[in-house]
Design a protein around this ligand. Structure first.
Ligand code: ADQ
Length: 489
């Protein structure tokens, strides 16, 4: 228990992420509707929220510039324990610029952007400054709301300067930071001009968490190579200060998906989908439309499969749901065009008036329909070029208790380390391998599918988002007690 027995109060926790778990939408003058955005992060933290007196700090999805409006929105958010951070004019350079244009590609081994050679230094500097400014805005809001003894759990690459800023304000604030994306090899991270400052800031935290052992060890070797600090089994040691580095694989709330598959509405949708695709096997893809998800590679693998397996041509369909994101970043617009081009080519080559091999939708689908799709799919195809974890794989498995379909999973997704035993692992860059994996999955005997599904279903059930949140918090809490003792000594 995290209760403070001396005064009978629950331990306070500030969960800090770029986005709040709710999105605000204007409904009238000074009135707002607040919509919860579900997902692994949110469900994991809701589990933690019951153990701690939790407050959330982050951007509510809108910026307001009027004091009265800001007050009204802050008051509505306060009722659900959310504290807003408004970015104002730095948003574009911070979010689209440094976070998603520079850090995101580096963290996923895609390198720094190549364009605008004449302007790169200026752009980089402006975006870097905006990133620091945005991190300082978070610091200010946290300081305003901090009470002595609070734990602070920071999420993701948007807030890499926040540990340092908080520790500069008060070195006794206990700070944990978790990275949802992969951490790259040191050779890639080294190319980032601001590499040392970012690493130094992270090392001021008490606990740093990663999804997999590989990402954690990349981080440790990056720090030892760039900063010359020492890597030990406990973490990183620098001038006697220990920063704990540990592995916490995230999961989902499996029961939410299992229960949804039993709802009459979802069952009805499943029946309709089965009728729609009668006589065909369904391969499913569900991704944000992002370079890292390897959607073009998925289509190339499927094209190769259709080329080489004439007998399957009118017996299989690939349904790809690709929700567009980060449209203001040029690279994202490029990948969207590339994906559309491939859909046109493959449907043109292998389609007929009555049937198309690829059904591609640029949209988000609602939760119940998503569960119905997961439940009726024969094969789930995940071809991320790199991915922190990939929760879509977990969601598919949770919905497959009846069907026991096959997961084809990129070896470059964090999930390959946890679901590798039951999935067919592929290198998404190797079209021949993807094509063979599709064939193997479609032809897999029921007994083998059942065996593989059992292993993965058991894993998804036991390694939930709730467990992830509790494991991280318990470690942060213990780190807290230890350093507390050091101070007392
Ligand atoms: P994401 O890159 O967003 O997350 P992922 O883990 O697969 O990737 O989660 C995506 C979520 O969005 C899933 O819950 C999925 O259901 C939903 N989703 C995706 N496309 C959708 C669509 N078209 N319609 C409706 N819902 C859709 C980042 C990292 C991941 C890491 C998570 C959590 O990039 O590697 O697993 O954070 O740490």
């Amino acid at each position: 228990s995290y209760d403070d027995e001396s005064c009978g109060k629950r331990q306070r926790l500030l969960v800090v992420a770029n986005r709040l778990p709710v999105s605000a939408k204007r409904t009238g003058e000074n009135s707002w509707s607040l919509e919860m955005s579900p997902g692994g992060l949110v469900s994991g933290l809701l589990g933690v929220a019951t153990e701690f007196e939790t407050k959330w700090v982050g951007w509510p999805g809108v910026d307001v510039y009027d004091v009265v409006e800001e007050k009204a929105l802050s008051e509505s958010l306060a009722e659900i324990k959310c504290i807003p951070v408004f970015f104002g004019e730095v948003f574009d350079q911070y979010y689209n610029g440094y976070c998603n244009g520079i850090l995101w590609p580096i963290l996923h081994h895609l390198g720094l952007p190549q364009e605008d050679h004449n302007d790169t230094n200026k752009t980089f500097q402006t975006q870097y400054d905006a990133y620091k400014k945005a991190n300082r805005k978070f610091r200010d809001v946290i300081i305003e709301n901090y009470e002595e003894g609070d734990l602070v759990w920071i999420h993701d690459y948007h807030l890499m300067f926040l540990p340092q800023y908080l520790k500069e304000y008060n070195k006794n604030i206990k700070v944990g930071w978790f990275l949802h994306s992969p951490f790259p090899s040191s050779e890639v991270f080294k190319t980032l001009p601001s590499r040392s400052e970012l690493l130094r800031s992270l090392l001021t935290a008490d606990l740093l968490g990663f999804h997999t052992y590989d990402f954690a060890s990349h981080f440790v070797s990056t720090c030892t190579r760039i900063l010359g600090v020492e890597g030990t089994p406990e973490g990183i040691v620098d001038h006697g200060k220990v920063t704990r580095v540990a592995v916490f694989p995230i999961g989902i709330d499996p029961n939410r998906f299992i229960k949804a598959c039993e709802l009459p509405e979802v069952r009805q949708q499943m029946t309709e989908l089965k009728e729609r695709f009668a006589g065909k096997k369904v391969i499913l893809g569900v991704d944000r439309l992002d370079m890292i998800k390897g959607i073009p590679q998925k289509f190339l693998g499927f094209e190769k499969f259709l080329e080489e397996n004439m007998d399957w041509r009118d017996k299989v369909v690939l349904v790809q749901i690709a929700v567009p994101t980060r449209n203001s970043v040029p690279e994202y617009r490029k990948v969207k065009d590339q994906v559309h081009g491939l859909v046109g080519r493959i449907n043109g080559r292998f389609g007929s008036v009555s049937s198309l091999p690829i059904h591609h939708l640029d949209c988000s689908v609602d939760f119940n329909f998503l569960c119905a799709l997961y439940a009726i799919a024969d094969v789930m195809l995940v071809t991320s070029l790199r991915d922190g974890m990939n929760l879509v794989s977990y969601e598919f498995i949770a919905c497959q208790e009846a069907k026991k379909g096959v997961l084809v999973l990129s070896e470059f997704a964090g999930a390959a380390q946890s679901l590798g035993a039951g999935a067919i692992l592929v290198n998404p860059w190797d079209v021949t391998e993807v094509s063979s994996a599709i064939k193997e999955a479609l032809n897999m005997p029921a007994e083998e599918r059942e065996k593989r599904h059992r292993v993965n279903f058991q894993y998804v059930k036991t390694h939930s988002a709730k467990k992830w949140g509790n494991d991280f918090m318990s470690e942060l809490h213990d780190t807290f007690s230890e350093s507390d003792m050091k101070i007392k000594k």
